[in-house]
Design a protein around this ligand. Structure first.
Ligand code: PEP
Ligand code: MN
Length: 362
């Protein structure tokens, strides 16, 4: 993996690793002492900077393995003593915090099922008050940017400033390619609103399958993510939790070697000039898109007035169906995906209906 430093990241974050993205890896769950020690040993080649293992596991349904509990903290301590790797585990209550602090776990993370609950987040933030612990906060299971940012604010208000975000995707009811829908825009909006906060990608819980991890990591790098949390196991198929998404330490190493880190920018005159030329073309097209849409709405309103005069309903399902089909074909010819064309025209249609309704109500 070729590295290129992202200089806008805070010092405390940079000091967790020599250069390039932060790599957090280790098993979904600590299962046995020997599994925890062996995984740490095999990860300790210099490419992993922080060793993770879940001790208390938030499982969606009861009756599954719910973690080994506090004994796992001793195993993590020993793994650190043997390898020198810093450690991290998930905390979901003040008691977890107390025990993890006692065991000198270096970094704590708040899981997706905890970030959704402001009461619990507040309890955890209160339990950490007065420490300068590093805390990573996963996105809540639902795509709610304010809820995610709110969790950061609760820690900041208690004096904790060494915070990073982990993007692990969002729950959906439908079966999709991903275990958790990425909804990249939520993380991109987060990065824009909180530019000082490092954003880490968790391709394991996002993808839910080994085969998706590498592509997700590359996309994460291309989107300027500051690191990865990737689950690894000495015998992934036999893992007690999240077996389908865990990879061996050696597979992880291969993936990290193949990733390409692109520069966040380039200062050559040629690049700057070409980019600004292309961007000005985009700006022009965007302006004309908005103008065209505005014109379209004026015509829509004229149709609304006509409908009002003749007392005709706003929604004309046949017309809408034929317009949509025509645009999906045209979109296809213009190299636009079916989904994109459909979503875009649904949004335009929705806006048109609102404009016509306004006219009808007048
Ligand atoms: C985990 O990291 O093992 C975990 C439970 O993750 P999440 O909170 O993203 O589901
Ligand atoms: Mn897991």
């Amino acid at each position: 993996m070729k590295s290129n430093e992202n200089t806008s990241l805070p010092n405390w974050f940079q000091s967790l690793k020599p250069e390039g993205p932060l790599v957090i890896s280790g098993p979904c769950s600590a299962e046995t002492k020997s599994q925890v020690l062996e995984t740490a040993k095999r990860l300790n080649t210099g490419k992993t900077h922080l060793y993770r293992a879940g001790i208390w596991k938030p499982r969606t349904r009861p009756g599954n393995f719910e973690g080994v509990g506090a004994i796992g903290l001793e195993w993590l301590k020993e793994a650190k003593a043997q390898t020198g790797l810093k450690t991290t585990t998930e905390v979901a209550s003040p008691l977890h915090v107390e025990l993890a602090l006692e065991a000198d776990i270096d970094v704590l993370w708040v899981g997706a099922r905890t970030t959704v609950n402001p009461f619990v987040v507040q309890d955890i933030a209160n339990a950490l008050k007065g420490t300068d612990k590093i805390v990573f906060i996963k996105n809540p299971v639902n795509p709610d940017l304010s809820l995610w940012m709110g969790a950061f604010e609760r820690f900041e208000k208690n004096g904790l400033s060494r915070l990073a975000a982990i993007h692990r995707g969002f729950s959906v009811y439908e079966r999709t390619k991903y275990r958790n829908n990425p909804k990249w825009q939520v993380a991109i909006d987060f990065m824009q609103r909180m530019p000082q906060t490092p954003m880490i990608l968790d391709p394991s819980h996002m993808g839910g399958k080994r085969a998706l991890i590498e592509d997700l990591c590359q996309l994460g790098l291309d989107l300027n993510y500051a690191g990865f949390m990737i689950e690894s196991h000495i015998n992934p198929d036999e893992a007690w939790s999240d077996a389908a998404q865990q990879i061996t330490p050696e597979t992880l190493e291969g993936i990290l070697d193949r990733l390409v880190i692109r520069k966040s920018s380039d200062n050559t005159e040629e690049y700057v000039m070409k980019l600004s030329q292309l961007r000005s073309q985009i700006d022009e097209l965007d302006d004309s898109l908005v103008e065209t849409l505005g014109n379209r709405m004026q015509i829509v309103e004229a149709i609304g007035r006509l409908k009002k005069e003749k007392n005709v309903a706003v929604l004309q399902p046949q017309r809408w169906k034929s317009v949509l089909e025509k645009f999906i074909r045209a979109g296809n010819a213009a190299n636009l995906s079916r989904d994109f064309t459909k979503n875009m025209f649904r949004a335009i249609h929705q806006e048109s209906i609102q404009h016509q309704e306004k006219v009808l109500k007048k």
